[in-house]
Design a protein around this ligand. Structure first.
Ligand SMILES: [Zn+2]
Length: 228
């Protein structure tokens, strides 16, 4: 969120591959938008190979707040995200808990990496129907989401392909992943093999010893995939 002159706000979403770079080299690729800062000496550039990034202008704080209220649910770092709040929202929901976490209108700021890492910390299988967790599991998940996001922030975010800070520096959280992108490696808790499967339409990583798979949601036998 950028505060501009005259009570206007620029609300950006970098999406998958967008980066904002301050005074990058002149040959920086994929420049989509150039912002000239008001000192006239510096330029901020929005670079985005895949062009999924978005930017919208809101005029006035009421318009800004309405924009976010329509799109973002509980803010995990504000204290709003509690086990009780999760339990209330998830009541009667059959969608996998991972899909529930990824819905920004319920919990803000949890993407694919952070969902996997939080569910592992809370020892909850990503395919568990959202409304079926035990009370203690909602509590554990609320704590795990917060801890995961704080760990990600402390490491400067995760740079898998593109993400960089405005000064061009990459994040380091990818070096601290517990399960995400670690298929075939040993679980940091039990040593069992980390597996990859699809949940909520996304590549998902878990330790199915620490995060027991819900009944009736068995892995598909490997041989069949070849026919698909
Ligand atoms: Zn494990």
């Amino acid at each position: 969120m950028w505060e501009l002159e005259d009570d206007a706000f620029l609300l950006m979403h970098l999406r998958m591959t967008g980066v904002l770079l301050l005074d990058p080299p002149p040959d920086a690729p994929y420049v989509r938008v150039r912002f000239v800062l008001d000192d006239g000496a510096h330029e901020l550039r929005f670079c985005d190979p895949r062009r999924f990034g978005t930017g919208e202008i809101a005029v006035g704080t009421a318009a800004r707040d309405a924009f976010f209220a329509a799109r973002l649910g509980l803010e995990p770092l504000s204290g709003e995200l509690t086990g009780a709040a999760l339990r209330t929202m998830a009541r009667g929901r059959h969608a996998p808990i991972k899909a529930f976490l990824l819905d920004q209108r319920r919990v803000a700021g949890v993407g694919n990496i952070y969902a996997d890492e939080a569910l592992f910390r809370a020892r909850i299988h990503p395919l568990r129907p959202a409304g079926t967790l035990k009370r203690a599991q909602y509590d554990a998940l609320a704590v795990a989401v917060r801890e995961t996001l704080l760990a990600g922030l402390a490491a400067g975010g995760a740079t898998i392909d593109d993400f960089r800070h405005a000064d061009g520096v990459s994040g380091a959280f990818q070096n601290e992943f517990l399960v995400h992108r670690r298929r075939g490696e040993g679980c940091p808790v039990c040593g069992g093999e980390i597996v990859k499967f699809v949940a909520a339409g996304r590549g998902t990583y878990a330790c199915e010893h620490c995060q027991p798979r819900p009944r009736g949601r068995r892995s598909r036998p490997r041989g069949r995939a070849a026919h698909a």
